[in-house]
Design a binder for this molecule. Structure first.
Ligand SMILES: Cc1ncc(C[n+]2csc(CCOP(=O)(O)OP(=O)(O)O)c2C)c(N)n1
Length: 941
């Protein structure tokens, strides 16, 4: 029989093409195909050289094996509740015209793999592959584009090197652990019925998975393990992984704080400011920290930072913490990152992972130079529900984890009822992370024993699922049964263990001492008077020396001609003491350099910050001939600490979260994030609300992140104009941040230095509205004297008006760029009755600095607040009560500005110019019969 007839058409073409590839480079085909071709010679002139059906079957067998390796997870039993896997035709031999009999006749070596020696033929090899790839684990790594990594993952899966029996586990210890986990939930359920705890049950294996990863990490001498986790199972992980005492958790459940005043329990020395602002937080989002101490010099800290309810929002924060923990900045130059120092572990929800954009933003950070943490281990706590929502309504992908594929993160889907498979996934994750320093994802598929929270009835929405769950044995019970079947324990032991744990918890509950057991975070108190005492001036000589260093470029470095000229101009900026030649960017460089000289490291990130969105900064030079880069602040001979500058990816949310994390992890470093335009910060409102503004009150954290937000009305339209100052002012309370809108380079210089000097003594986030066109405006420039002798002034009075105070009838108060519009107006010289005072720090409101200004004009008749933002935006609404209190009825208080509007400003630059002009005219019009609260209305112009 001519067997060639079985091997024709596209198959024949495919095999011959494959063979040709093999001939040219044997390594270009997979190992199994290589083995087959080594024994085969193709037909010459169409005559078959070997028995042709064998080739057809060979191709079928090899393709089937390949399909199982790639798509075997589609046939894996991943759902503990038993729903059938989707399957895939590519996993069926019939798809390739191959029968079991055919496979039995083919050699096992055709399939290749570490198991081949143990099997007799290709059929057994395929069965072995199915047992690996379509078991209770689904290895999903076909999307990895680095061949070496793919091969490593294949060998790891197929060799079973992370699984018992090759890598044994301690079954008794596992049973005890699962008993602890389950007993904790049972006990809370029984003692505090209906109280929210976000039970872990159904995903109990998270704790042993974390044990495994943390154990491996400790052995690998990783010092900092940071766990990011939302609500699900958090209490259980806090109790068992972070060792938060049961007594403390139970005290929180008993709500023993009830009846206490807000001020109780906080050390009086913490200062009135903190006493008043402390609000605390719900127990299932609080953080914890645990130091593991072994016999050896094992110095491992496991921490779980607090987490707001906004699922996934803490994850860039955790990444930032891990990055900062692994970064050394004590030497000048760029920071040095060591990927073996810290390990972030993120536990996601299955609805949240594909649903929340911050996840994609965070994953995108994972391999970028300024953000790479050496690899994160992700676990999706996949209970197949999001609150009441089924997966089909929650995501457009098959798996909850599919988003990770785009970032080439290997994925293992694993059935949460198979403890050995779960432990293997943890070991594999850690080993991959160690080898390649990249992220790994475990999609832990389980179920949720109760409703979203314990007061919720899940049968309203998932009646059939919960019928199954009611009857479903817990993983502890399943594991106990396995152990009994394996003859490892006797039948009564699991129950005994459970009783012991429940009794132990009961004893803790009965002996609670609320005053001792209830521990709340202690916000760090500011050093009294530190902010007032801080010195920010830098002697002129020192400034000239660092300026000279900043102008240096390496021998042979070719600057862009325009930059060459700019550098020459910059070179003369400090020539005289009192000429205002220092522009914004020069002042910033001088501030940075002097801070580095003081030994404080700086990290500056944001979109395009290296050059600066307005071409003003040029922190990094590019050689015109070689493309090489040079960062003057990293080559500064005076520096005593590292300078980092990174263009961020196009994100605000994850980017700010990450910087916040760096900041709270290493509070001694000056961490600065810059928005491209100030309004883009609204993409990170969650980070501002939940972390920057309120973390101190909720969690006792003391952030000092700096945010630079370009702001100013320059005819660019509704976007690109406003940094939404009003939102920051609305969030400002109890001295939780500093908000400045400064108008000169020197003010900015002192502000930055002040922030650096207060990092330890009085840390607060700093929001700076920064200029755009004023970056180079002569009125925004400062002199060397201003930097060498001055300090940051919260209020700048009108120097001209101060010379003739008795002439002043109206005091204009304003902030930011509108000041320049006002003082450069032709009306300025004609209207001596008007003084114009700048409020440079909007929060904390500088009442003590403004009071003397108000008092110094004896003939004052009115005070006007002038702003370019609409009335419902900008500073007016927040400042009005403060101004009213200061004025105390002595004069009228007027608002001059745009009327309330839903959009920040006009869309046309001509329209903007008209309104801006009219606004200035109104401000100078002393005689107009302007009633209280007269607006400049776009309709009027
Ligand atoms: C940003 C955000 N939106 C909405 C919610 C309200 N919410 C809390 S948990 C939850 C479902 C989360 O589902 P999943 O991610 O699967 O986690 P699970 O609770 O099932 O463990 C929702 C919608 C929230 N906490 N955060």
């Amino acid at each position: 029989m001519n067997l060639w007839c079985d091997f024709h058409g596209p198959n024949a073409g495919y095999v011959l093409e494959l063979y040709e590839r093999y001939r040219q480079n044997p390594n270009s085909v997979d190992a199994a195909t290589r083995a087959s071709f080594a024994r085969w010679t193709p037909a010459v002139d169409g005559a078959p050289a070997v028995a042709a059906p064998a080739i057809g079957k060979i191709v079928g067998a090899v393709t089937l094996a390949q399909a199982i390796r790639t798509y075997g997870h589609l046939a894996a039993q991943l759902d503990p509740l038993g729903s059938p896997p989707p399957g895939d035709p590519s996993l069926e031999p019939t798809t390739y015209g191959v029968t079991e009999e055919d496979l039995r006749r083919l050699p096992a070596s055709l399939i290749d793999g570490p198991f081949v020696e143990r099997v007799a033929n290709a059929l057994e090899a395929i069965q072995a592959l199915r047992a690996i790839y379509s078991s209770t684990t689904g290895y999903d790594y076909g999307h990895i584009r680095v061949p070496e990594e793919r091969e490593w993952l294949r060998l790891a899966a197929e060799s079973g090197r992370f699984r018992p029996p090759r890598d044994p586990i301690n079954p008794e210890a596992l049973l005890e652990r699962l008993t602890q986990v389950e007993a904790f939930e049972h006990f809370l359920h029984r003692m505090f019925p209906g109280k929210i705890r976000f039970s872990l049950e159904g995903l109990d294996m998270i704790v042993p998975i974390l044990d495994e990863v943390i154990g491996e990490a400790a052995e690998a001498r990783i010092h900092n393990i940071l766990i990011g986790m939302a609500h699900r199972g958090r209490l259980n992980v806090l109790a068992h992984v972070l060792n938060k005492p049961y007594a403390q958790i139970l005290a929180e459940f008993k709500d023993l704080t009830r009846g206490r005043t807000r001020l109780d329990g906080i050390d009086q020395a913490a200062g009135d400011r903190l006493l008043a602002s402390w609000t605390g937080y719900v127990k299932y989002h609080m953080g914890a920290r645990r130091a593991l101490k072994g016999g050896e010099p094992l110095n491992v800290v496991v921490s779980m930072p607090p987490n707001p309810s906004h699922v996934e929002s803490a994850y860039p924060v955790v990444e930032g913490m891990a990055y900062a923990a692994g970064t050394q900045v004590d030497k000048p130059g760029p920071p040095r990152f060591d990927p073996t120092v810290s390990l972030p572990i993120l536990i996601h929800g299955d609805a949240a992972f594909p649903g929340q954009g911050v996840v994609a933003e965070t994953l995108n950070l994972s391999r970028l130079p300024g953000y790479h943490t050496g690899g994160t281990i992700h676990v999706i706590a996949n209970n197949q529900l999001g609150y009441t929502t089924n997966p089909k309504d929650a995501r457009s992908t098959l798996y909850a984890s599919d988003l990770a594929m785009g970032f080439e993160i290997p994925i293992v889907h694993v059935n949460a009822d198979d403890p050995e498979a779960c432990i293997e996934s943890a070991r594999l994750a850690f080993a991959y992370r160690t080898k390649f320093q990249k992220d790994f994802l475990i999609d832990l598929i389980g179920y949720r024993r109760y409703g979203h929270n314990e007061g919720d009835e899940p049968r309203f929405t998932q009646p059939l699922m919960y019928k199954k769950i009611e009857r479903h044995l817990t993983v502890r019970e399943l594991w106990a049964t396995t152990m009994i079947t394996r003859g490892l324990i006797d039948g009564g032991w699991p129950k005994k263990l459970m009783q012991n744990r429940m009794q132990a918890l009961q004893r803790v509950l009965e002996s609670l001492h609320p005053e001792v057991d209830l521990v709340e975070p202690q916000p760090k108190a500011p050093a009294p008077g530190a902010a007032r005492r801080v010195q920010t001036a830098v002697p002129a000589q020192r400034l000239r020396e660092i300026h000279a260093s900043l102008l240096w470029v390496p021998e042979g470095f070719t600057l862009h001609p325009k930059l060459e000229r700019a550098m020459q101009r910059r070179g003369t900026a400090l020539a005289t003491l009192d000429e205002p030649g220092i522009d914004w960017a020069t002042a910033e460089h001088l501030a940075f350099a002097s801070i580095l000289e003081d030994g404080i490291a700086i990290r500056l990130t944001g979109q395009d910050v290296e050059r600066g969105a307005f071409g003003q900064r040029h922190a990094v030079f590019h050689d015109m001939k070689t493309g090489k880069v040079f960062t003057p602040l990293q080559a500064l001979p005076q520096a005593k600490a590292a300078f980092a500058v990174f263009n961020s990816p196009l994100t605000e949310n994850a980017a700010i979260g990450f910087e916040y994390g760096c900041n709270v992890q290493e509070p001694g470093r000056l961490i600065i994030w810059e928005a491209q335009y100030g309004d883009f910060v609204n993409g990170a409102q969650m980070m501002i609300d939940e972390f920057v503004a309120s973390a101190r009150a909720k969690w006792g954290q003391t952030p000092s992140l700096v945010m630079l937000l370009p702001h100013g009305y320059e005819g660019k339209g509704p976007d690109h104009s406003s940094a939404r100052l009003e939102r920051f002012l609305e969030l400002a309370a109890e001295t939780n941040m500093r908000i400045a809108n400064c108008t000169t380079a020197a003010q900015y210089f002192h502000l930055l230095r002040r922030q650096a000097a207060l990092l330890e003594a009085d840390p607060l986030p700093l929001v700076v509205l920064t200029p755009k066109s004023l970056l180079r405006h002569p009125l925004a420039c400062s002199s060397l004297w201003d930097l060498a002798e001055g300090r940051f002034k919260p209020v700048i009075d009108d120097a001209q008006a101060r010379q003739r105070p008795e002439e002043v009838r109206r005091l204009i108060l304003c902030s930011g760029k509108i000041h320049v519009d006002l003082v450069t107006s032709g009306h300025r010289a004609e209207t001596p009755g008007i003084a114009i005072t700048r409020i440079e720090r909007l929060y904390p409101f500088p009442a003590d600095d403004l009071r003397p200004v108000l008092d110094c004009y004896p003939k004052l008749e009115s005070v006007a607040w002038v702003q370019e933002e609409p009335e419902n935006m900008g500073a007016w609404i927040s400042l009005r009560p403060h101004l009213g209190a200061l004025i105390n009825g002595r004069w009228s208080l007027r608002y001059i500005g745009r009327p309330p509007n839903s959009s920040p400003t006009e869309g046309s630059s001509a329209w903007h110019a008209t309104n801006q002009r009219t606004l200035v005219e109104h401000a100078y019009d002393l005689n107009s019969a302007i009633a209280e609260d007269v607006f400049i209305s776009s309709k009027e112009t």
